[in-house]
Design a protein around this ligand. Structure first.
Ligand code: ZN
Length: 114
């Protein structure tokens, strides 16, 4: 297993940062960043996440936006999901003795008999 992969951000190599500069005077380039594969950003195969493949949130967003139709095709949402809840009103107190206000409290309903 290699110790790094290239960032998958489609525009990673166009960002103007010192750490991307490679080459000698007269033929310098901005190069795609390497993403080190450490236990902290890749973990084992059941815990891989975006930081295994992207150097930043920006590169992740660029990738998702460029390929959004295919990304959505992985798990299309064709109808709304719902979470059963209980809604109650509770009186709360401001500070020590500054009066009360009503807070709306939302709790998930446990459908598993709990
Ligand atoms: Zn990147």
């Amino acid at each position: 297993m290699s110790s790094y992969i290239w960032c998958h951000g489609p525009s990673c190599h166009t960002n103007h940062t010192q750490d991307r500069i490679r080459g000698v005077k007269g033929s310098k380039v901005l190069r795609t960043r390497k993403v080190a594969q450490t236990q902290y950003n890749s973990g084992d195969s059941s815990h891989m996440h975006m930081y295994s493949f992207f150097c930043s949130n920006g590169c992740y967003n660029d990738f998702a936006n460029k390929h959004i139709e295919r990304v959505i095709a992985i798990a299309p949402r064709t109808e709304a999901l719902e979470t059963p809840i209980n809604v109650t009103k509770e009186q709360r107190q401001y500070g020590w003795r500054d009066g009360t206000y009503t807070e709306t409290v939302i709790n998930r309903v446990d459908n598993n008999g709990g």
